[in-house]
Design a protein around this ligand. Structure first.
Ligand code: SF4
Length: 223
């Protein structure tokens, strides 16, 4: 099986996953109670596989699908404000063919980048349980095995940082926005950023210049 076939097989496995009863219930419940602006839309309401370039050198690791973003559109970081920040930054560093991410069929193509998340189903209050993170880590591990060209992992937030360290068998290190971590005997570099959630971007905890600088660093290291 080549890596494209392996990623397709993994995607099918993820989409059919029902391992976390609380999240299986929540992803459907959210879809049954959309805000007015999405009332006519059919929600995805299933787990989300990663997406992007199978030969990516940069892996972006987010937290989980947004209730009315990925859980609605069926693609990570698509149709919400976090996705808007992510794809605009990828476009600015030359890794996306367009600056927006609005639907699964919008024509977005990523070049050299793959986008994934710690948990593939929307969690209540954006807070997955430890057991849910552990359940879902098998898919991140599988992706990291398939995406052999990844040189840099950009972790969006503390949970992504900690999960990457655990899944890769690396020693614990504190999370810090903007830091670049190299590990002895491990070929991949970890870069940390605050997650582009509204809570961070609207409070100024994460500004556009802080965000784009992290992407410029990650892109330089991945080249
Ligand atoms: S969070 Fe992950 S492990 Fe849990 S049901 Fe969704 S896809 Fe499966």
């Amino acid at each position: 099986m080549n890596r494209i076939e392996a990623l397709n097989a993994l995607s099918a496995q993820i989409i059919g996953c029902n391992l976390c009863p609380r999240l299986v219930q929540h992803r459907v419940k959210v879809a049954l109670n959309p805000p007015k602006r999405y009332r006519d839309e059919e929600y995805w309401a299933k787990p989300l596989p990663g997406f992007g370039d199978p030969y990516a050198k940069l892996l972006i690791l987010g937290l989980a699908p947004a209730a009315h973003g990925g859980n609605r559109t069926g693609r990570m970081f698509t149709g919400d404000s976090s996705g808007a920040w992510l794809v605009k930054a990828l476009y600015e560093i030359g890794c996306a063919n367009m600056p927006m991410s609005v639907s699964r069929s919008d024509g977005l193509v990523l070049n050299g980048v793959y986008v994934s998340a710690v948990v593939r189903c929307v969690p209540p209050a954006n807070k997955p349980l430890t057991s849910e993170v552990e359940n879902c880590s098998r898919y991140l591990k599988a992706e990291l095995d398939i995406l052999r060209d990844v040189k840099v992992v950009l972790a969006l937030g503390r949970l992504a940082h900690n999960t990457y360290l655990r899944v890769s068998g690396l020693v614990s290190r504190p999370f810090k926005h903007g830091q670049i971590i190299r590990f002895d005997g491990h070929s991949r570099i970890l870069v940390d950023s605050y997650h582009p959630s509204r809570q961070n971007t609207q409070t100024g905890r994460l500004t556009w210049s802080m965000w784009i600088n992290v992407f410029r660093d990650a892109s330089r290291l991945a080249r």
